[in-house]
Design a protein around this ligand. Structure first.
Ligand code: PLP
Length: 398
């Protein structure tokens, strides 16, 4: 078996159709889209058309609400700092404990600058505590930033409901949504969901790394993060990355076309992988229980063993997945997301995230289901927790 790529929440392969539409903008159409001569017209129109595509992708009202950025992290940083700079008299922010580091690390910096940040918790399935959120909003809350779906668990947060809660408590509070892990997986409708600002990243839906977008509704004012020229209506300086912008727009069109496929076929393969593992491997547990998730993601804990070891064995067979741990200062620190969910210590170190894409095949899933039980058995036989494992086996009726 050649490469089996089940780490699509980390990044995705560039769709061939995306690469194809990008190439002319490297070769022939290399003009700066802001130039006024005839030669720049194609580049200029390509950026304009791409903005229209992304507007439709998010169901924004107006193209002017779309800002091209370099990535999801830049979109989040622009949104958060941009809103706070425009509301200097307000010093309170609300977010969740399970956001991506591009949001959480920024909030840590802002705390040092005197902002008060409330971090809303999740339950054991990874679902947001809405009552805690509602209670936290007050007259001083400048911004609530909540991700649309979590990158490690795939759990979708009820964005429309969250927006209702925010607006019912404080109409002036702005709502930023990090939608990096939902674009291309479920439909996004910024108007229906009552979102003020929303960030996406091209490389999570088959565009290249290095391109993203930020939606800012016409009622929301922000300062730019990158100061310079007048590009992006003064909200993001820097000559537009024409080939990548064109590529992301094509990726968005392809994503819209495959949303049904994601919801049916990608989900079916994800469920097949998930139920197959839970059936075949006695020490496997689904970390998200019955939570509502994006169709491509599964987070499974393997009790009493180390995730890194599983990944290395999988890698030997050409299978790419990822673990919930980050290697920090020589020790394996469990992920902040799984810790916030109180995943039992027996499973937290052995948690693996599987993330599929529309390119994942049934044959690949069958192969993983064939080889994984053997890998887990081998690692489990070396675990120092043999007594606990025997008890678990009996408990699960294996
Ligand atoms: N937000 C979420 C939920 C993510 O999963 C990621 C990347 O993994 C990001 C933001 C950052 O995106 P980028 O890599 O484009 O900066």
């Amino acid at each position: 078996m050649s490469l089996i790529y089940l780490d699509n929440n980390a990044t995705t392969k560039v769709a061939p159709e995306v690469l194809e539409v990008m190439l002319p903008y490297f070769k022939e159409e290399y003009a700066n889209p802001s130039s006024i001569y005839e030669f720049a017209k194609n580049a200029n129109h390509a950026v304009r058309d791409a903005r229209g595509v992304i507007k439709d992708f998010l169901n924004a009202e107006n193209e002017k609400e779309i800002i091209f950025t370099s990535c999801g992290s830049e979109s989040a940083n622009t949104a958060i700092q941009g809103v706070l700079n425009m509301n200097k008299n307000k010093r309170h922010i609300i977010t969740s404990k399970v956001e991506h580091p591009c949001v959480l690390n920024l909030y840590q910096t802002l705390e040092k600058q005197g902002y008060k940040v409330d971090y809303i918790g999740v339950n054991s399935n990874g679902e947001l505590d809405l009552a805690q959120l509602e209670e936290a909003i007050n007259y001083d809350t400048a911004l609530v930033s909540i991700m649309y779906a979590n990158n490690e668990t795939g759990v979708i947060f009820p964005i429309e409901k969250i927006s209702e809660i925010i607006k019912s408590k404080n109409k002036e509070t702005k709502f930023f949504v990090d939608a990096v892990q939902v674009s291309g997986k479920i439909p996004i409708d910024v108007q229906a969901a009552g979102i003020d600002l929303l960030g996406i990243s091209g490389h999570k839906f088959h565009a290249p790394k290095g391109i993203g977008a930020l939606y800012v509704n016409s009622k929301t004012l922000i300062t730019p993060l990158i100061i310079g020229g007048h590009q992006e209506r003064g909200k993001r300086a820097g000559t537009e990355n024409v080939p990548y912008i064109v590529g992301m727009a094509k990726a968005a069109e392809l994503a819209v076309d495959s949303l049904k496929y994601e919801a049916s076929e990608v989900k079916r393969l994800r469920d097949k992988l998930e139920t197959g593992i839970l059936k075949k491997v006695f020490n496997a547990r689904l970390n998200t229980g019955a939570a509502n998730r994006v169709p491509n993601t599964s987070n499974i804990g393997f009790e009493y063993i180390e995730g890194e070891l599983i990944l290395l064995h999988l890698s030997d067979l050409g299978i790419c997945a990822s673990s919930g741990s980050a290697c920090t200062s020589g020790s394996l620190e469990p992920s902040h997301v799984l810790r916030a969910m109180n995943v039992p210590f027996t499973a937290i170190h052995g948690s693996i995230r599987w993330s599929l894409s529309r390119y994942t095949t049934e044959k690949e899933i069958d192969y993983v289901l064939d080889v994984l039980p053997g890998i887990i058995n081998k690692i489990t036989s070396l675990s120092p927790y043999q007594e606990e494992l025997e008890n678990l086996k009996k408990l699960k009726g294996f």
